[in-house]
Design a binder for this molecule. Structure first.
Ligand SMILES: [Zn+2]
Length: 457
């Protein structure tokens, strides 16, 4: 492949017309973690030349602790590289389908093709960093993001963190008031021949209608609020959209709270039937409606947007549980077989189309009020002022990107990594300038191959 095509990141607006050659390209990259397995060294700058965790010598405990910190850092870097690679893959899948679509058709997910790429007009583009537990976290400001929850892994990761905080605060507020959290999982039976949209429509309809019946009114009188997350997996029986509803129940005990939630089941099953789904078979009664207690609800919220869920998800996936959209997207990039990569891409795309415009999280008014009251009581979180490493200029309205930004674009990962490597601001800025000048490109970091430049015609 030509260097020039590989250089073109996920954006087609500023460079070539959408031709599917951008981003991760339809031919996917390897995962950064896979690179390591194959013994190819991905450049990591001065700190370490390899992502391989350092080996402990002679069981020295002081070193072990340092190793742990270092390993954590490297896991974070690898996670981010993989996430960016997944984002590029998402863009390339979008282009593939845009090319196939009839002219003028509006496809979902277009935003991901310029997310993190296009300068916001009349806003300065800057490289900033904040300090967190493991060191510095650098990011660009003044650059468009897509915010597409079911499409873009980068935007989903940051939004999920905010959601998790809101839901966790609601759980904490409920605990303070002696409420019992229960998690109700709503879904429907399905088979692999069914279309994603059809399965989803049935579940959504039954969930909405359930909220109009008497049983729901009885239940809602007992709850302080609820948060409802919309999730999707794909397994051997096809598409599996489902809702997790976490409700805070006034009850004497957890058993009583669970019992109260279980009283909703007949209403939900009736609505499944009315929506043309199976609401009567024994299997449907076993699988379509489940209630779990506080421990499960808490554990479920804790994993939201976590590194494990979004970047290390594959290792955790159990047999028969089905794959999440993020696992599918990762496989669409890393599966060894081209046919498999295309198959995963196509399943992922079906989910993107079916979930278009559907919020991932709904929070009831009651839950919001609880969170607000709880936050007023808690000390206001101190806002950390970010450090500015360098500016990349400002794009004029309808103008071209700035030269500095064009220079930075192919190496955004290396630039962020450089900005995080040094404590001193000046050292960090120097490292960033060096990364812009001669650092590895995002494709090189993701592929672990540094010899593409020789392929220039
Ligand atoms: Zn995005």
């Amino acid at each position: 492949m030509l260097w020039q095509t590989r250089l073109t990141p996920q954006n087609a607006v500023l460079h070539a017309p959408p031709d599917g050659s951008g981003g991760g390209a339809w031919l996917p990259n390897r995962a950064a973690s896979e690179t390591e397995k194959q013994g190819v060294t991905a450049p990591l700058g001065k700190r370490g030349n390899s992502l391989t965790p350092p080996t402990t010598k002679g069981g020295q405990t002081a070193d072990t602790k340092k190793d742990k910190v270092q390993q954590n850092k490297e896991r974070k870097l690898r996670g981010r590289r993989d996430m960016v690679a997944d984002q590029m893959r998402a863009a390339s899948i979008y282009w593939h389908y845009e090319k196939e679509a009839p002219k003028g058709a509006k496809l979902p997910g277009r935003g991901v093709t310029f997310c993190g790429w296009t300068q916001i007009a009349e806003h300065p583009t800057e490289l900033l960093r904040v300090q967190d537990e493991t060191g510095f976290r650098a990011y660009f400001s003044g650059v468009q993001t897509c915010g597409l929850r079911h499409v873009c892994p980068c935007c989903t990761a940051s939004a999920a963190q905010i959601d998790r905080q809101r839901v966790n605060d609601g759980l904490a507020a409920g605990r303070e008031r002696g409420l019992w959290p229960v998690m109700i999982t709503l879904t429907t039976r399905h088979d692999r021949a069914e279309r994603a949209e059809d399965v989803l429509a049935g579940v959504r309809r039954a969930e909405q209608k359930m909220k109009t019946v008497k049983a729901w009114r009885r239940f809602s009188d007992r709850i302080a609020g609820y948060a409802r997350a919309f999730e999707w997996t794909h397994g051997k029986n096809g598409h599996h959209p489902h809702f997790h509803m976490i409700a805070l129940v006034q009850a004497e005990s957890e058993e009583e709270a669970i019992e109260a939630a279980n009283e909703l089941q007949p209403a939900y099953m009736r609505q499944l039937d009315a929506a043309g789904r199976d609401g009567h078979s024994e299997a449907a009664w076993r699988h379509s409606f489940q209630v779990q207690g506080a421990a499960v609800a808490g554990a479920y919220v804790a994993k939201w947007g976590s590194a494990e869920e979004l970047t290390g998800a594959l290792a955790k996936s159990g047999a028969g549980e089905g794959l999440t959209p993020w696992q599918l997207l990762r496989l669409a990039r890393t599966a060894p077989d081209e046919a498999d990569r295309q198959r995963y891409a196509s399943i992922w795309w079906q989910i993107v189309c079916a979930t278009k415009g559907k919020a991932q999280l709904y929070i009831s008014e009651g839950w919001k009020e609880l969170v607000e009251a709880y936050r007023r009581d808690e000390e206001a979180q101190s806002q950390v002022e970010p450090e500015r490493i360098m500016g990349f200029g400002m794009r004029e309205k309808r103008g071209s990107p700035t030269m500095l930004w064009l220079d930075a674009l192919p190496r955004r990962l290396a630039i962020r990594e450089a900005a995080e490597r040094h404590k001193g601001l000046e050292d960090a800025a120097m490292a960033v300038i060096e990364a812009i000048r001669a650092g590895p490109t995002d494709h090189e970091l993701i592929d672990g191959s540094g010899d593409d430049t020789e392929l220039i015609e």
